[in-house]
Design a protein around this ligand. Structure first.
Ligand code: 5AD
Ligand code: SF4
Length: 514
């Protein structure tokens, strides 16, 4: 935490009467200067050299512990797994403050929207939800509506909320989740909009409470932030610079999850294989970390999301050891055309990506690759898009997340002129999805008759008589079975392949596995 943040934190804990007096009532009804910290994308872009401290002394003051008594909370999560992870921290803090969870919007006394800024439609969804909550707030003035997550880190979003959504009570960002008890207390008692968003990342807080959503699959964050600055992406601004957690803290968390009976963990980071690059006193990367974690008695270990540029030989060598390290690698390529990759600042060529992907396939037996693609980057030509289509076929990805490019304010790409009409972008997305669906169906077809290992997650969403789970390579499998096997690892023979899922039958004696 820098000096300014420290000062702000002290002031914020207990606004003195002098502060209260001098805290001018600001435009839009915000009282205390001290609780009004606006984000700045420009500021967020700076990458300082200052040391990141690790803290193990998170605590909720006694007077805030009872604040939630008789009150209910709901945290609604948008976007990626990192947000899911952060929501688990928020829920943990709220439980420790005495709040009870609810899934019913009407019942909640505190509603937190943990938002995503990655594309415009993600933001529109949140603004829609903020609008929907207005009548509830009018009906129930004591309701606290909070907006947090990546959108809060954007100045334009905070300004829009200030101007158009005065019924929001609290705005905080991705770097100060640990401040939730103080900010919530302020929001409850001051009855004025409380805004505290740190543009610069703070320290790592290790011991925040955590209410995990499941008892089977757990998220383990291993690093924060991203320094890659791909030209289209807002994440380096909303999540700050790369900061890795210490290996011993991560290993202790995974051991805990193993003791609690978790069957699968996913190591998380916005740019997960840059893990360790910020340690200046040791040479220790994701490969080294996974080599230690694989010795822990937990059946499956995944990681997401990796950047091709940081996928080193040490990581491949460790993943090739298999065991609980699953052979599914999500390796976003974004485009199959070298010129577009250059404009995106991805720092690899089409050929380098292919070389890496082939190395992974060769060294890691039975591995499946999935990817992310953006179509319609500014001025993308039909020929450049055709390179993306041909790469899909050449690499035979098992599946891909595909997106139309969405300009994000403050990023370099948002300043590029763009001559590609939206209909053309939509058409490219459709054509890309057709190719990917064909590939997925083909890949799934190859599994017919094979026996796969499945972690049984629960009842199928479409049919409660059917169970569903995932293979090591993250494919969804549906099959009939007794509910008692939920949470177990079973073997299933694939009977029928569909485009996005597989149907099968549980088998007892297994010799061949995939
Ligand atoms: N527009 C469209 N897609 C984007 N992504 C990131 N930023 C943008 C953007 N501005 C996609 C990338 C990334 C995934 C998480 O979201 O494909 O890998
Ligand atoms: Fe965004 Fe991922 Fe690029 Fe980081 S590596 S800037 S999170 S797309």
């Amino acid at each position: 935490m820098n000096e300014q943040q420290k000062k702000q934190m002290t002031i914020n804990l207990e606004p003195s009467s002098a502060d209260k007096k001098s805290g001018q009532k600001k435009d839009y009804g915000v009282y205390f200067q001290t609780t009004f910290t606006q984000p700045s994308l420009k500021e967020a872009k700076r990458r300082g050299k200052e040391d990141v401290q690790v803290h193990y002394d998170f605590d909720i003051p006694e007077d805030m512990r009872g604040l939630g008594k008789g009150r209910k909370f709901l945290v609604r999560t948008y976007g990626c797994q990192m947000n899911e992870h952060d929501s688990e921290n928020m829920a943990g803090i709220l439980l420790d403050m005495g709040f009870e969870p609810t899934t019913q919007t009407e019942e909640a006394d505190v509603i937190l929207l943990n938002t995503c800024a990655i594309r415009e439609n993600a933001e529109n969804k949140v603004f829609g939800e903020i609008g929907h909550l207005k009548p509830l707030k009018t009906e129930k003035p004591g309701l606290i509506i909070g907006v947090c997550g990546c959108m809060s880190q954007e100045e334009s979003v905070v300004n829009k909320i200030l101007k158009k959504h005065q019924h929001v009570d609290l705005i905080f960002g991705t770097h100060n989740i640990h401040r939730l008890p103080f900010l919530l207390k302020d929001a409850i008692f001051n009855k004025e909009m409380v805004i505290e968003v740190w543009s610069k990342e703070g320290d790592i807080i290790e011991n925040m409470p955590r209410a995990r959503r499941g008892q089977l699959q757990g998220w383990v964050n291993i690093m924060y932030g991203c320094d890659k600055f791909c030209t289209y992406c807002i994440v380096p601004y909303t999540r700050g610079k790369e900061r890795s957690r210490l290996p011993e803290d991560i290993i202790a968390e995974v051991r805990d999850l193993a003791r609690l009976g978790y069957k699968e963990i996913t190591l998380l980071g916005q740019n997960v294989n840059a893990y360790g690059k910020d340690f200046d006193d040791m040479n220790y990367g994701l490969g080294d970390l996974m080599d230690e974690i694989r010795k822990i008695d937990i059946p499956r270990i995944r990681f997401t999301t990796s950047h091709p540029r940081d996928f080193d030989d040490r990581l491949i060598e460790v993943l090739a050891k298999g065991g609980n390290l699953v052979e599914h690698i999500h390796l976003p390529v974004q485009s199959g055309n070298t010129e577009i990759l250059k404009l995106m600042a991805r720092k690899y060529t089409r050929e380098q990506y292919i070389e890496l992907a082939n190395k992974i396939k060769e060294k890691i037996p039975n591995s499946t690759l999935t990817t992310d693609i953006i179509v319609g980057f500014p001025n993308e030509t039909e020929e450049q898009f055709a390179d993306t289509l041909s790469l899909m076929k050449e690499m035979e990805f098992d599946s891909a997340y595909t997106y139309i490019y969405s300009p994000r304010e403050g990023t370099p790409a948002a300043g590029m002129e763009d001559n590609v009409p939206l209909e053309v972008k939509r058409d490219r997305l459709q054509r890309l999805n057709d190719v990917i669906n064909e590939l997925s169906a083909l890949k799934n077809k190859q599994l017919e008759g094979k026996i796969v290992e499945v972690l049984v997650e629960g009842e199928s969403k479409k049919n409660p008589e059917i169970l569903s789970g995932r293979t090591r390579t993250n494919k969804m499998v549906n099959f009939a079975g007794d509910k008692s096997i939920i949470g177990e690892i079973v073997y299933v023979k694939i009977i029928e392949a569909k485009t996005w899922s597989l149907n099968g039958q549980v088998v007892e004696n297994v010799e061949v596995k995939v």
